[in-house]
Write a protein that binds this ligand. Structure first.
Ligand SMILES: [Cu+2]
Length: 162
């Protein structure tokens, strides 16, 4: 852990202050919990489905990321993270702590860039949030726009007719 921190410091990354690291007392850019910096212009986006689409109950969601790379959870590497898909989450979770894992917040800690999800009929929202090796959103957070899709049983057929 300490070796990684030193490497990061050499690479010019902003000061990190991990809770278990009492020897380094760099002032963090923001008070409190350490946050991994995201590079300027980094952007997460949902490649598909498109906002407003009607789809079938099985939805292939493709994750897009610009200006950063993907690394599996647990691996600390500059300018990387892994995707989290927020399904029907109305209010953004706390960005200063690890994202919870539940039916509405899915972690793709294996470094996946797409996922097949199953949704009930009706309207649903989807949104991506990138998390660092500890599942904590970056600073500033790399968050996609929230899209709304409609699921119906015939949605798959309608999609093919596009
Ligand atoms: Cu995660």
């Amino acid at each position: 852990m300490r070796l990684l921190l030193s490497l990061l410091a050499l690479g010019g990354a902003a000061a990190f202050a991990l809770a278990d690291d009492t020897k380094h007392e760099h002032a963090a850019p923001a008070a409190g919990t350490p946050r991994t910096e995201s590079p300027k212009g980094a952007k997460a986006y949902i490649v598909s489905p498109k906002d407003g689409k009607t789809v079938g109950p099985k939805v292939l969601v493709r994750f897009g990321l610009k200006g950063m790379g993907i690394a599996p959870a647990g691996i600390q590497f500059p300018n990387t993270g892994h995707h989290h898909l927020l399904i029907d989450v109305a209010e953004m979770p706390d960005m200063s702590i690890p994202l919870p894992a539940n039916d509405n917040i899915k972690h793709f800690g294996g470094g996946q860039t797409e996922a097949m999800i199953e949704l009930t009929p009706g309207k649903h929202t989807l949104q991506l949030v990138l998390g660092d090796h500890l599942h904590i959103p970056h600073n500033p957070p790399v968050v996609s726009e929230k899209i709304t899709i409609t699921v119906d049983e015939a949605g798959g057929a309608a999609k093919k007719a596009e």
